[in-house]
Design a binder for this molecule. Structure first.
Ligand code: SAM
Ligand code: SF4
Length: 330
């Protein structure tokens, strides 16, 4: 049943980001407002429902699943889901994006459950600033989480950093040097206008990845890497390091042409594009037909033509997308 997920522009969907919760133990300034209202439990898919969505998508040709959120590691029994998804025939890679706060205890169990790779978000190496950006997080927990992931044997651990002008742009090289020392990959993400945030105007903090790249290039020659991770990042290598430096540039370098991704929110909404509202409800067929996958399969296949050709972000206007990143499944 493979290769059935082809959109109206001939792009094949092989990569799905499954959000396992909208909740989080952090309140990062670019992602959430300080006081968030989270979804009532009834609206949230159960782990069994999330597994069923994953299983059906893999049967339809999906090769890679990333678990995300919210913070995936605060979902109860997440290890059960990891173990079940990892065992799916046809799935080539199961990965997770986490803020790292709980990795100290969970890295080894995640590895044992079959998680293949892990991305850890880290925007600052200064403890005070880290706490300001995350509002509730502690740098020491995340650093301990990174060590635990290394000790558990995860390969090609990737750090994700959102760089904001006047907030952490003076740490670009510090983050690169940390990645080099620890032999980690590092991807810089441009801040996206998802949701209304209170603490800054995104237009004031926006810094293009081209500028970030130029600042790094003053210290290290960056050589374009030929390997592709299947994600939206463009990677570079440095001649004297194993670390790769990536740039995810939804504003300045549009990655839509080769987009092979869809997202499923924790409410069971299949989102066809990060920057658009085109979506289909999977929760209704999931719940109405608990023993029969066909209505779910039909809903997914019929939704594919809704995938738009590309997204547009405009920082001058109030956000076109009112959902926050924690609802989107980053
Ligand atoms: N809680 C986990 C974490 O922080 O890694 C996973 C979910 S989080 C929404 C996934 C990624 O999205 C993180 O790397 C985060 O930095 C990024 N992110 C959140 N809001 C963003 C925004 N408005 N623009 C760009 N990246 C954002
Ligand atoms: Fe939580 Fe991740 Fe959003 Fe930060 S970026 S508030 S860690 S979901």
């Amino acid at each position: 049943m493979s290769a059935r997920l082809i959109d109206g522009f001939g792009r094949e969907v092989t990569y799905v980001r499954l959000s396992v919760t909208d909740r989080c133990d952090f309140r990062c300034v670019y992602c959430m407002s300080e006081d968030m209202t989270f979804l009532p439990r009834q609206q949230v898919l159960s782990l069994e429902e999330i597994y069923r969505v994953g299983r059906v998508l893999v049967e339809l040709g999906v090769k890679k699943i990333r678990l995300t959120g919210g913070e995936p590691l605060i979902r109860q029994n997440i290890l059960w889901l990891v173990e079940k998804l990892a065992a799916l025939d046809g799935l080539q890679e199961l990965t997770m994006t986490t803020n790292g706060s709980r990795l100290k205890t969970l890295a080894q169990p995640l590895k044992d459950a079959g998680l293949n790779r892990i991305n850890i978000s880290l925007d600052s190496l200064n403890a005070t600033r880290f706490h300001e950006i995350t509002r509730t997080g502690h740098l020491s927990d995340v650093l301990a989480g990174i060590s635990a992931a290394q000790q558990a044997g995860f390969q090609r651990i990737k750090l994700n950093s959102v760089i904001m002008r006047h907030r952490n742009d003076d740490e670009i090289l510090t983050l690169v040097n940390f990645a080099r020392q620890q032999q980690l990959d590092l991807a810089f993400i441009e801040e996206m206008p998802l949701g209304n945030i209170s603490e800054h105007q995104r237009i004031d903090t926006y810094i293009s990845n081209e500028e970030v790249r130029q600042r790094i290039a003053q210290e290290y020659a960056l050589l374009p890497a030929t390997d592709n991770t299947g994600g939206p990042a463009r990677y570079y290598r440095m001649s004297d390091s194993q670390s790769r430096i990536g740039f995810i540039s939804p504003h300045s370098h549009n990655f839509c042409d080769s987009c092979n991704r869809v997202r499923v929110t924790v409410e069971g909404r299949l989102l066809l594009c990060l920057g658009n509202e085109h979506s289909a409800d999977l929760r209704a067929p999931l719940r109405a037909h608990s023993e029969n996958d066909q209505p779910l399969i039909d809903t997914i296949i019929n939704a594919l033509p809704l995938k738009p050709e590309r997204h547009y972000f405009d920082l001058d206007e109030s956000p076109q997308i009112v959902r926050f990143m924690n609802m989107t499944g980053g």
